[in-house]
Design a protein around this ligand. Structure first.
Ligand code: ATP
Ligand code: MG
Length: 246
């Protein structure tokens, strides 16, 4: 049997801000096309983990691997070129620009020579999020938070990623639009893109993922198949030993 290699893995990954250490020896892996959720309380280190993987924080070469190749310490633009795309917390769209112009920026900067998977186009993004086509000329700041989130995801896809890093894509949004966003995820992973889903909503994270990692104070406290993890397992990993979820 041919072993499938992780598209991304981290090995004893550490990171911090000045003297403050935020990640302690994080071991993580995700296979091509897999959806992996990363949960944990506020301040656990989830965003720091995504930033480290994107090259926004320093890392030693061997701490991060892409298809087995050490890539730690690469600059963010180099990580984008390798096929990593982040949907950042708070979306960070270009205000004053329309939906379509926000998306076109990504097309203009898309990496050349995509490696397998789907080749995302404007039409495919509009197909993925049916709410968007009628708003293509609208300035993004006039749209709802959920619609903006769709643009942010679309923009990330147009860089033709093989790993999509999503930081709390449902935070502060209405349940209906969260549903619409989550419905799009299987089409993204089905096209071959691995998804790392940082999510505060534990149940949603579990339902939407193949595997799940939980972080507490900068450490991975649990990982496993999402369908096999119990509520108690998550409670202990989320809050530390001795606690259970209410
Ligand atoms: N720019 C920064 N400078 C200094 N410390 C930071 C910075 N960003 C995060 N931290 C600290 O690093 C730790 C991990 O933060 P991080 O933002 O990664 O957590 P998180 O799991 O994403 O939390 P949240 O759910 O609130 O987004 C926290 O203690 C936080 O205060
Ligand atoms: Mg965060």
């Amino acid at each position: 049997m041919k072993e499938i290699k992780p598209i991304l893995s981290t090995h004893g990954l550490i990171a911090g801000y000045g003297d403050f250490q935020a990640l302690f020896s994080v071991d993580f892996e995700i296979l091509p096309g897999e959806t992996v959720a990363l949960i944990g309380a506020n301040g656990a280190g989830k965003s720091t983990f995504l930033r480290s993987v994107m090259g926004l924080l320093p890392a030693a070469k061997d701490m991060i691997r892409h298809n087995g190749e050490p890539v730690g310490g690469s600059k963010p633009h180099a990580m984008v070129h390798k096929g990593f795309a982040m949907v950042p917390e708070g979306r960070r769209l270009f205000a004053g620009m329309s939906v379509e112009d926000n998306l076109r920026v990504a097309i203009d900067h898309a990496r050349a020579g995509t490696t397998g998977g789907a080749s995302w186009t404007l039409d495919r993004v509009y197909g993925l999020f049916p709410a968007l086509p009628s708003m293509r000329k609208k300035p993004v700041e006039k749209m709802s938070g959920g619609q903006q989130q769709m643009v942010a995801i679309g923009r990330a896809l147009l860089s033709q990623p093989n790993v999509l890093l999503c930081d709390e894509i449902s935070l502060g949004l209405a349940p209906k639009v969260i549903g619409e966003i989550y419905e799009a995820l299987p089409a993204i992973s089905g096209a071959g893109t691995a998804i790392i889903l940082v999510e505060q909503d534990v149940q949603r994270a579990q339902a939407a993922s193949n595997r799940l990692y939980c972080m507490l104070e900068g450490r991975i406290t649990m990982s496993g198949k999402s369908s096999e993890i119990s509520r108690d397992d998550i409670g202990r990993a989320y809050f530390g030993a001795g606690h259970a979820m209410g």
